[in-house]
Design a protein around this ligand. Structure first.
Ligand code: ZN
Length: 84
């Protein structure tokens, strides 16, 4: 979900750099990669799901990951100020 086609003619070139989101895990300060998690956390979660120990839905409900798929996650909406 990289936005490489940023319009550089717009006024605030600095703003982009400030929107680096960190992993939603409390003790983790890595940059977000997918579902609100950083790469290591996401990989760990994927393993658990693949092993049948949990499901993405369960993780979502527990607040251990964000929803993915179409549109923005609630978290992204917050950050970007997008209204539902
Ligand atoms: Zn993490």
């Amino acid at each position: 979900m990289r936005d490489n086609k940023t319009d550089h003619s717009k006024k605030s070139p600095i703003k982009r750099a400030m929107i680096t989101l960190t992993c939603i895990m409390e003790d983790c300060t890595n940059e977000q990669y997918c579902r609100g998690l950083c790469r290591p956390c996401y990989r760990a979660a994927t393993k658990q799901v693949a092993a049948g120990r949990t499901t993405w839905r369960e993780l979502e409900q527990k607040g251990l990951c964000l929803k993915t798929g179409r549109g923005y996650s609630a978290f992204t909406k917050r950050i970007k100020g997008i209204r539902e």
